[in-house]
Design a protein around this ligand. Structure first.
Ligand code: FE2
Length: 180
């Protein structure tokens, strides 16, 4: 289950109903899929061949299609990051810049963990959402955010797109953003 840390106050938000309410109040879509659907032979695997990615999409096919139908996604794929990813440090440095997209950014975590740092309502400011297997989140279009890994430094996630060709990161310089 996702947990939240509000950067300005250090407040932590835990527990399903409180987390859901906080995310809804900040216009962040949240859902939870059964992490047990990950095929046994792929558990603990963070370097994925094409057939592994396909097996993950098959395992979550009903969830993906339901979400795609309700929110207009037309394409999906699987991304895996770990210490085995070439240039992981450089990639993370690139990720860790506040930016926006012209469409929403959807991630369903199927293994490992990750953190979205998201700009909330003016009175809330930036908050971190720490995600684990089963958590599904969508950062709204044009909402400043970035993604990074947790200390375990590994994640497998399903991404869904409305228009993959239009999914570009636009840097967002924000004096309100506080690191750490
Ligand atoms: Fe993004």
């Amino acid at each position: 289950m996702a947990t939240i840390r509000v950067r300005n106050t250090g407040q932590r938000i835990e527990g399903e109903s409180t987390v859901r309410q906080f995310l809804a109040d900040n216009n962040v879509y949240y859902d939870h899929w059964d992490p047990g659907k990950l095929p046994v032979h792929l558990q603990g695997k963070f370097v994925l061949a094409a057939e592994d990615q396909e097996a993950i999409l098959q395992a979550y096919r009903e969830d993906i299609e339901r979400l795609a139908q309700s929110r207009g996604y037309v394409k999906w794929d699987v991304i895996a990051l770990s210490e085995a990813t070439p240039n992981l440090e450089e990639l993370l440095k690139k990720f860790e810049q506040v930016h926006t997209h012209s469409e929403d950014e959807v991630r369903a975590i199927v293994a490992g963990s990750g953190i979205f740092i998201i700009k909330g309502k003016p009175e809330t400011g930036y908050f971190d959402v720490e995600l684990e297997a089963g958590d599904v989140i969508s950062v709204p279009e044009n909402n400043p955010h970035f993604f990074t890994l947790t200390d375990e430094r590994k994640v497998v996630a399903i991404r869904l797109f409305i228009d993959p060709s239009g999914w570009v990161a636009h840097p967002y310089e924000d004096p309100e953003f506080v690191k750490a």
